[in-house]
Write a protein that binds this ligand. Structure first.
Ligand code: SAM
Length: 251
């Protein structure tokens, strides 16, 4: 059987496409793309012309058998999304899960990913981070999600669109208050910008310069302060004292 190549494509700068990705895109029998018109332009730019098939969140499940039949016939297939790494807040998970369950060979072609690019330059801890994709669009569920994350010590990472960036910053200001926030905007593009401050400071900055609210964003938030060992042992001593008192032991 052929292989499925999961191919990362640029998030704004065409030079970020790897030579290996170019070679594989030129060699596969079929390119499954989130948006065939969008990825068709990328292929044309590379001087390539390949048969394409759309694969997006609404038809992904129904494409599995079609694509598997091609693999079984010996064809190699590439999977691409509009930008960055497929499956990372993009279609492809159902396809990869099903094909892996059927024992097909799946080959990742690593490359651009906004999450990793943003973290690599933000200056927030990267030893542990919690990627949360897009926050819920509605205000209530969005705040509930942030409240659930408030005690996590890992760096928090979100994807965000220009339509909601201010709402998200306002909610971060309410729920996570004075935490340090780093905004990575328009990564790898002409107006790439990193903004660093509290959510309130970043909102003020956007009011002063509305261009700062345009484009694509990765929002990174410092994790909750780690519980120090001293604090931890004080908590344990408290618990012990309460247990002893509950048992009526005189202390
Ligand atoms: N699969 C992509 C990846 O590997 O990063 C992510 C796709 S997701 C549908 C799109 C979101 O990724 C945007 O709303 C934004 O949050 C983030 N993103 C994509 N490109 C970006 C860029 N050039 N600069 C900042 N964020 C970007």
């Amino acid at each position: 059987a052929g292989s499925l190549y999961v191919v990362a494509t640029p998030i704004g700068n065409l030079d970020d496409l790897s030579p290996r990705a170019v070679r594989v895109l030129g060699e596969v029998a079929l390119v499954a793309a989130e948006d065939t018109r969008h990825s068709g332009r990328l292929l044309r730019h590379l001087g390539l012309s390949r048969p394409m098939l759309s694969l997006h969140e609404h038809n992904e499940a129904s494409r599995v058998d079609t694509l598997d039949a091609r693999l079984l016939a010996g064809d190699d297939v590439a999977l691409v999304s509009d930008a960055g790494t497929p499956l990372i807040s993009d279609p492809g998970f159902v396809l990869v899960r099903e094909l892996r369950a059927r024992g097909r060979r799946i080959v990742p072609l690593p490359g651009p990913c906004a999450l990793v690019a943003a973290l690599s330059a933000a200056g927030l801890p990267t030893d542990r981070f919690l990627f949360q994709g897009f926050l819920p669009a509605r205000a209530g569920p969005r705040r509930t999600r942030l409240e659930a994350l408030a005690s996590r010590e890992e760096t928090l990472v979100f994807y965000e669109s220009p339509h909601r960036i201010r709402d998200t910053l306002a909610d971060l200001d309410t729920v996570l208050e004075a935490r340090r926030v780093v905004l990575a905007r328009e990564l790898t593009k002409a107006f790439e910008t990193f903004l660093d401050g509290t959510a309130a400071e970043l909102l003020t900055c956007m009011e002063a310069d509305p261009d700062q609210a345009r484009g694509e964003f990765v929002v990174m938030v410092a994790g909750a302060p780690a519980r120090g060992e001293a604090e931890q042992s004080a908590v344990e001593a408290d618990a012990l004292l309460s247990a002893l008192l509950a048992e009526g032991v005189g202390v």
